[in-house]
Design a protein around this ligand. Sequence first.
Ligand code: APR
Ligand code: PHB
Length: 392
Amino acid sequence: MLRTQVAIIGAGPSGLLLSQLLHRNGIESIVIERQAPEYVEARIRAGLLEWGTVDLLNEAGVGDRMMREGLVHDGFELAFDGRSHRIDLKGLTGQHVMVYGQTEIQKDLADARAAVQGQTLWEARDVVIEEFDGPRAKVSCVYDGKPLTIACDFVAGCDGYHGASRASVPKDRIVLHERIYPFGWMGILADVPPVSEELIYAHHSRGFALCSMRSKSRSRYYVQCPLDDTVESWPDARFWDELRARLPPHYASLVTEGPSIERSIAPLRSFVAEPMRFGRLFLVGDAAHIVPPTGAKGLNLAGADVRVLYRAIVEYYRAGSETLLDEYSSRALGRVWKATRFSWWFTTLMHKLSSDSFTHKLQLAELDYLRESRAASQAVAENYVGLRFAAP
Ligand code: APR
Ligand code: PHB
C-alpha cells in the first residue's frame, strides 16, 4: 500500500497543474493516469487562455515558455452577413487573452513534474475510489500488472468526462445536467500564417466557422459539420473551400492554404455534475463539467477549479481549517454555471441551428445589436476574458 496526502486521478492539465501547485506548497501527491505519457502529450485541444489562467500557470512556475511564445490578443472579430464587428477586449474590459496551445501547456506541466521528480503512475488500469466518506480515502488500481492501493487524505478526480472518479459516486448523490448539440466541429491544424492577427468567429447560413491559431505560422481552423460526418469526408480541398465560403469576402481572399497536419471532428456538449465534492473526493475540470468549445472556456474552467481546490487544501494543511474545502463545490459551480451559460449562448448565436428563417433572423438581429451597442459588446467581452474570481 502506498500513502500520500493527495491522490490525483488523471494527468491532463487539471491533474498536473494541481500536483504542481500542491508541490510548491509542500504538499505531496501521486498522479494516477490510465494512458501512457506520449498519448497524453499528443492530444490537441483549444488554445485560448484567460488572464486568470495565465496567472495561475505562472504561480505554478510553469509559465516561462508561455510568456515567451504565447500571443497576447486584445480583441477578436465577429463576422456575419458579409460584415464583421470587432470585440475590443482591451477597450471594453481593460484586459486581454493569451493564445497558447493546450498541447504546449501539457508539455510544460509534464516537464515541471519531471523536474521535481513527482510520482506519476502511468498506464494504471481499473481505478476505483473507495471510502471517500471515511477518515482516509483509498484509490485502488492495477499498476504494472499488479493490484495497488493508495491511501490518502484527499482524492482529486481530474480524470475527464469518461473518468473513474465521477463513476465512483453513488447515482443518488449526484445530479447530471446535459445538453447535446446536433452538430460538431471539423478542425484542422496547418503550418500556414493565420488569416488575421486576431480570431474570427463567423456566423454564416452554411454554418459556423472559426479562424484561430497556435502561432504566427500555425493556423487552427474549424467549420461546423453534421454530427455523423467523418474526417474522411473532409479532404483538405473541401475544407478550405468551405472555410472561405463562410468568411466575409475580404478574409476569404486572405486565406493561405496548406496541407493539414492534424484533422479531427469534435462533438459539442454542455454538461455539469453537481455537487463537485463527496467527502474526501473532489471533482475537477472535465470530470465535473464540459462546455462546447465556442469561447474556449474548457481549460479555463478547469484552471479555476484547480485554483479554488489547491488553496483549500493548502489552508487545510497549514491552518487545519476545512472552511475552504467545504466551500469548494459551491464556489466552483458558481463560475461553472456562468461559463456554461456563456458557452451555450455563444454557440447558439453563432451556429446554424436549423433551416428555420425565424431563428436565423433573430441571430442576425442579435449580432447587429452587438455591433451597435457598447453595453452588449461589453457583456460579451467581460465573459470572454473571464469573470472575476470571488475572494479568496
Ligand atoms: N483512470 C486514470 N486516468 C484516467 C481515467 C481513469 N479511469 N480516465 C481518464 N483518465 C485520464 C485521461 O487519460 C486524461 O489524461 O484523465 C485525464 C483527463 O484529462 P482531460 O480530459 O484533459 O481533463 P482535464 O485535465 O480536466 O482538462 C480540462 O482541458 O481540453 C480541455 O476541454 C478540456 O480543456 C478541458 C481541460
Ligand atoms: C482554438 O484555437 O482551438 C480555439 C480558440 C477559440 C475558441 C475555440 C477553440 O473559442
